[in-house]
Design a protein around this ligand. Sequence first.
Ligand code: NAD
Length: 509
Amino acid sequence: MRKESSPKRTVYTDAMERFHRAADLIGMHPRVRLELEEPDFEHIFYVTIDLRDRLVPLDKEDEAKFKDLPASGVKAGEALEPLANGNFVLHRRALLSADITIRDGVIRIPNKGLFRFVKGEPRKFKAYRVQHNMARGPYKGGVRYHREVSLDLFKTLAAEMTWKTAIMEIPFGGAKGGIRIDPFAYSREEIEHLTLRYMYKLQNLVGPFRDIPAPDVNTNPEIMAMMLRQYTDMQHDRHAARGVVTGKDVRIGGSEGRLKATGQGVFYCIEEWAKEKGFALSGARVLVQGFGNVGSAAAEILHAVGAKVVAVNDVQATVANDAGLDVPALIAWVHGRKENLRRTVEGFPGGKAVSKKDFWAIPADILIPAALGNEITGNVAEQLKVKLVAEGANGPTDDEGDRVLGARGIDVIPDIIANAGGVTVSYYEWLQNQRLERWSEQDVLGRLERAMKVNYAICRDIAEDRTRRTALYDSRPYAVGRKVNMRTAAMVLALKRIEAHYLLEGFSQ
Ligand code: NAD
């Protein structure tokens, strides 16, 4: 029954092996298995934009040739937009009243040095939207802007959204997409044009009852606002379409609690784990990898209950403080300073710099990976000195890492439940949009906490091979007759809920 996996291993074949193992365990209906093992649709397309003129730092070896070049009177503030990769976008309007000297395309900017002028030109970018499954409801999933994306990655992330929405019992399916780009090399205006163009091409594929994008790595409420504007532009009933994207700013139909929802959900799972183990979170030592939306929110919430965040690693650097980092100060350092273009923890004065290699080996109780996939390899898992890995990121642990964590008795709260708080509050946002309502933060968090904890408890029951009916939930339909690990338990819960749709509704021909 099980399909031979393709000889070339990819992130997707690995994900499908996990799927097939869980499908075997529940004796999944063979046709449902075929429906789920490939996405419904894989859209690959291109978006083009006009780039602005740029100033690119001159190569060191060319500097001598221009040592007598006089400085031009360009005021950096209004004419030059600094990019995180060291280039500047040059706004021509600011040159109109400036005293300029350009020789062989090279210009000297006061206090900044020598730059080569690179004329703006059109550029194309590869874009994706994978719609994995909609048996339970409209496709739902984030939009990622990153240099290292691929069809296989988006297929994997889209399938994980299908599992996640089922685990949280919200009436959505799974999707994911994005653009292959290093967003730190482009200006805000260029990213806006790119986003509008992306949505322009997606407009017939998405909609509040068809496919609902949300933020993921390097996208945010501002980008969601651009997508909303492009989608609803010229529509007569445009307010009825506000739910086409979630993760919006609360002032334009976003939900209270959405910004921190993924980190909050990670926290609720950790709380349940700690309760079961009789472990006190106050004073617990925590490592966080990734200090963007998910990592910073999880760190802030844990810090507020008295846990000590002893080290944070991001793409640029690692900062550590054995007594616990001042998390609000770190958030202000990373997200509150305009000049911190890469939004990195690098240089934070309240901690010392350590290497990424040393980060993994820091003794702690809890590790929250909240960056990208496949970070916890077998080698990393061997070095960890923690009791729990709570997966804020999608797919942070590879198969070998998972095996090592299991063998070493390190508990894992798998991504498909741990980070499902984001999509759950996205559903609340969508509901508020449909009903033209606005819920308080307390309402949102109360619902989120119940939903996370009930579904976490069902996963624990499946893992322990317990069946019970309580006032809040019924885990009797889900156990598989033996104990399984939490990752498998979560997959079992997802697959049984999805399969029910096919078995009860049947297949349209
Ligand atoms: P983000 O763009 O806000 O932040 C990403 C963080 O990861 C940054 O701090 C970045 O420096 C760091 N990072 C990137 N590459 C790294 C590397 N190689 N090593 C160490 N750090 C690295 O993204 P986010 O929205 O916080 O998403 C983080 C993870 O959580 C992703 O896996 C995403 O798919 C997952 N996730 C996000 C949401 C959400 O609501 N935003 C929901 C569910 C899952």
